[in-house]
Design a protein around this ligand. Structure first.
Ligand code: 0WK
Ligand code: BGC
Ligand code: BGC
Length: 922
């Protein structure tokens, strides 16, 4: 028994001092008064039941004012056993049965019929370890594990261990659990507030004899619940009355505020030992309870446990006997040092003395051991005291269990309830009447509940092994997930290589040498200077939407009216003539809507595909990208194709002045407001960038001074295989399935048209490994493009709870668990993170080039950006900026999200061209 002794009085003297209340003179009255104190009325039990239920519901909803009297700790056990768990597992039980720990080797056969008796060994923990340092305790545990494995060789199979740790812990995963506070006489330093799994792993490492993988930590109540025989159907409540007491039960996950779940059930450890609602408990606490608590290692804590737990029942009996002896009622008024010393009467003594047949004899034996010479009448009185203490314990436990059953009724909205309760612990196993008193009182308190009590198998060892099996399966799944996603985790070194390779490819492209970067001159030599004026038509083709715009450029303002039109896939992949006729149809429709019919406004054409420009209004389409594949266009001047289509349409006159890439349009659009904007970036359906390069570096265009905007067409970066070191089998699958295999490799790792497909292929792979969706390959997941990239943006948004992630995936026709949803989220994060980092490495290469072009120490530059992925994904833009900051520390880069798209930019390029044309005409 614990040894606190403040303020000079010996514990016993203090204990008896707090018992110094008005003592009746008549001995039988004194005895009655003592025993009466342990009588708890049905009304009081109901009050405890109601108050505990209220605290449970408060704690579930995380209402902390006032602080709930019980903790309601999620255990991350989401289902009761299926019975299919298989394998051999080590189980370490610490803290359930007092100062001892037990090691078990449990074999789960996966079938009910065939059960293998576990091998187990108990180790007594020395008191100096129970009260010593945490390291001592965990080293002791690791030592016992080795001793057990030495004694029970299990061959060199993987040693997966389930850790049954019977103390209040905040769990954040099946293998992550922080001790809140010690109970039951344990008081090791340096453990509270720490992850006990890590402490055990460290100790096993220090021990160094066996390679044991700690995969799960469970509270003993959970092991008990999970271990109950399946005959009666899974137990949904685990109840322990051993040295301490506690219970767990399967709560509806949506009722546990701490969990982001809306479906299924989850096991919650109540930690009812700390129930201390004075309103309910005050009236039933005796002077002996206060004395016991006062002298305990943790005064004021675990009050409820100290009235029920086997660690305390003996002490309560001792305090009563000492009190009665000191008042001359018992043992002729004689006491003994043994009777006055704490912990001298243990649970087993009480159980023996209560035995209906041999109790009286045991009373004599026990009292003689306490150096007392009991009189004939003493034995019966002592038995009454034992019975009073234990009956109350069982009744209080019944009231607590009744609260749990009422909670189950509430959370399942059921009037009646049929439930199996797994029971474990010495008090249940050895006390002759505890279980029957408990049953009887439960039936009185919750008559509408049909409760069956199932003793736990192997004291919960089997249950811990089952949780360990589930945890091992989940850990194996997590390992496979991490293995699958590892190639997507790019480190700084890899990004520096990408940046350097892009830099080299840029230079080779500018010099007209073989390079996967075409570095196409755009004939845009300056960003707008604000003097542009006039009305312009603009077309914006190549992104998610085809838009026709009217752009009115006036002093200090640009007004835009636009209309979105769709380009059906059959047109995008039909004939070029159809495509351009469709474009002209849209223009005509727009002119009619805007009352512009018959007007021939200068037109700027944003054509977001790789074009070799021979002039501002000449662009030879090199190849289609992004799912476009209209015939008869590649190698053609698309301005001509547009003009021919205009020609085919009667009474339409349009003056096509400029063709620009959407990156150029975006740069110009943002450059109109920010003169530092010298780079354009698109991360949408496709991806690409342009920037203002020194004309002297552009081999294919004459002139050594001034600038030329270069369309890098970086989507094709790596088409020469220079990115193969980063390419994964999933990238290869997406590329193979695309209409342009081997092309646009960089784009296919970054842009919106492909990220969803990469994710889908990874999900298919993980499903085939059995990691996801229980290995069920569903038709929907086999469907191309079913996993839209916008799902990544939705799934990764911080404001989305896991349950909403599930909803998105269920809408896709997938049946999944929350673990599945979590893994899908991680897959999305890995794929989008890699895309953003690669994009950032590209931007870093460009801004560094501009800085060195200008021989600057530091460069301040802005980048005009557009594209659905960049704009809508919750983390993409910040990941790009972070990568650029790391890879181009001498560049201060501001990313300007383009408000009006590149249509405005195309109109400004047209305006500049018109202004230049006018000045040359003058
Ligand atoms: C809007 C621009 C357009 C560009 C598009 C790219 O106006 O020129 O092609 O962004 O983004 P996406 O629509 O492909 O997501
Ligand atoms: C602990 C619980 C444990 C119970 C039974 C209590 O002292 O706080 O976590 O379940 O004892 O062992
Ligand atoms: C095209 C580029 C365009 C980019 C963004 C790529 O597929 O090749 O010209 O800038 O998509 O839309």
């Amino acid at each position: 028994m614990d040894t606190i002794a403040p303020s000079g009085l010996q514990p016993e003297e203090r204990a008896s001092s707090c018992l110094q209340e008005d003592v009746p003179s008549d001995s039988s009255e004194l005895v009655q008064k003592c025993l009466q104190q342990f009588k708890v009325t049905r009304k009081q039990l109901q009050q405890i039941q109601v108050s505990l239920l209220r605290s449970m519901e408060q704690a579930l909803m995380e209402q902390n004012n006032p602080a709930p009297a019980v903790r309601m700790l999620p255990t991350y056990v989401g289902s009761t056993p299926h019975g299919t768990e298989q394998g051999d597992f080590l189980v370490l039980e610490l803290g359930a049965t007092g100062a001892s720990l037990r090691v078990l080797w449990v074999t789960l056969t996966g079938t009910e019929e065939h059960r293998v008796e576990p091998r187990s060994q108990e180790f007594v923990i020395p008191q100096e370890v129970v009260l010593g340092s945490g390291q001592q305790l965990f080293d002791f545990a690791a030592c016992c594990l080795s001793e057990f494995l030495d004694a029970h060789p299990v061959g060199n199979q993987d040693l997966k261990l389930g850790f049954s740790f019977s103390f209040p812990c905040h769990q954040t995963g099946l293998d992550k659990s922080t001790l809140i506070s010690w109970t039951k006489g344990f008081k090791c330093s340096g453990v509270e507030g720490h992850d006990v799994v890590q402490l055990l792993r460290d100790a096993i490492q220090r021990q160094g004899t066996y390679n044991i993988d700690v995969v799960a930590v469970v509270n003993d109540t959970v092991g008990t619940m999970m271990g109950c025989e399946l005959g009666a159907g899974p137990c949904e409540v685990g109840l322990i009355v051993d040295t301490g007491t506690n219970a767990c039960y399967m709560e509806e996950a949506r009722h546990v505020a701490a969990l982001d779940e809306d479906r299924g059930r989850t096991c919650v450890s109540i930690e009812w030992g700390s129930f201390n609602d004075d309103g309910a408990l005050g009236p039933v606490m005796t002077i002996f309870d206060h004395a016991l608590d006062y002298e305990s290692l943790n005064p004021g804590a675990q009050r409820f446990e100290k009235m029920i737990g086997g660690l305390y029942l003996g002490e309560l009996v001792r305090l009563v006997l000492a009190h009665l002896a000191q008042h001359g009622v018992l043992f002729g008024g004689c006491t003994s040092p043994a009777l006055l010393s704490r912990g001298s009467i243990l649970l087993e003594h009480v159980v023996e003395m209560e035995d209906p047949f041999t109790g009286a004899a045991h009373v004599h034996a026990v009292l003689q051991d306490l150096d007392l010479s009991p009189q004939a009448s003493d034995a019966e009185l002592v038995q009454h005291v034992c019975a009073a203490v234990c009956t109350r314990a069982a009744q209080l436990c019944a009231a607590a269990l009744a609260a749990v059953l009422s909670r189950l009724q509430h959370s399942r909205e059921q009037q009646t309830l049929q439930v199996a309760v797994a029971t474990g612990g010495q008090v249940f196993e050895v006390h002759p009447r505890f279980r029957s008193i408990l049953k009887e009182m439960v039936m009185l308190l919750v008559p509408e509940c049909d409760v069956s009590f199932i003793p736990a198998v192997d004291g919960g060892g089997q249950g811990v092994a089952m949780v360990t099996a589930v945890a091992a399966r989940l850990a194996a799944h997590r390992h496979l997930l991490e293995e699958t996603l590892a190639p997507f985790q790019l480190n700084c070194q890899q990004l520096i290589v990408v940046q350097a390779q892009m830099r080299e490819a840029m230079i080779r492209g500018l010099q007209g040498e073989a390079s996967s970067l075409r570095m196409l001159p755009t004939y845009v030599r300056a960003t707008p200077d604000g003097s542009e004026r006039g009305d312009f038509l603009a077309l914006d083709l190549g992104g998610t939407n085809f838009r026709v715009l009217l752009v009115r450029v006036a002093k200090g303002s640009v007004q835009i009216t636009n209309q979105v039109y769709s380009i059906p896939e059959c047109v995008a992949q039909g004939s070029g003539q159809e495509l351009f006729d469709h474009i002209v149809d849209c223009i005509v429709d727009f002119q009619q809507r805007q009352g512009l019919s018959g007007q021939s406004l200068p037109l700027g054409f944003t054509f977001s595909f790789p074009c070799k420009q021979l002039g501002l209004d000449q662009g030879i389409l090199l190849n289609w990208t992004k799912g476009f594949n209209a015939s008869g266009c590649e190698g053609q001047d698309v301005v001509c194709l547009l003009r021919e289509a205009i020609g085919r349409r009667q009474a339409v006159e349009l003056n096509v002045v400029a063709i620009v890439n959407d990156t150029v349009g975006t740069m110009m659009s943002c450059g109109y407001d920010d003169p530092h904007c010298e780079m354009g970036l698109i991360v949408g359906t496709g991806t690409n960038a342009c920037y203002m390069e020194e004309l002297r570096n552009v081999a294919s265009v004459a002139g050594d001074s001034g600038y030329m905007c270069i369309n890098m067409e970086w989507g094709a970066f790596g088409d020469d295989g220079s990115l193969s070191m980063l390419s994964t089998c999933f990238d290869a699958s997406v590329d193979q399935a695309s209409i342009n295999p081997g092309k646009q490799r960089f784009e296919k790792m970054i842009s919106g048209m492909y990220l969803g497909e990469i994710v889908r292929h990874i999900l298919l792979h993980l499903t085939s490994l059995g990691v996801l969706f229980q290995g069920q390959q569903t038709q929907c997941l086999q469907t191309r493009d079913i996993f839209k990239t916008k799902f990544l943006s939705e799934i990764e948004s911080d404001s989305l709870a896991l349950r909403q992630v599930r909803a998105i995936l269920e809408d896709l026709g997938l049946t999944l668990t929350s673990d599945d949803a979590l893994m899908v989220l991680e897959v999305c994060q890995a794929v989008s993170r890699r895309a953003a980092q690669l994009c950032g490495a590209g931007v870093a290469a460009v801004v560094e080039k501009i800085r060195e072009n200008r021989g600057l120490e530091e460069l301040t530059v802005s980048v005009g950006v557009d594209g659905t992925l960049y704009k809508l994904h919750p983390h993409f833009s910040s990941l790009v900026s972070a990568t650029v900051r790391k890879l181009a520390p001498h560049c201060t880069v501001t990313f300007l999200q383009s408000e009006d798209g590149s249509g405005k930019g195309a109109a400004l390029v047209t305006a500049v061209a018109c202004r230049l044309a006018q000045t040359t005409r003058v």
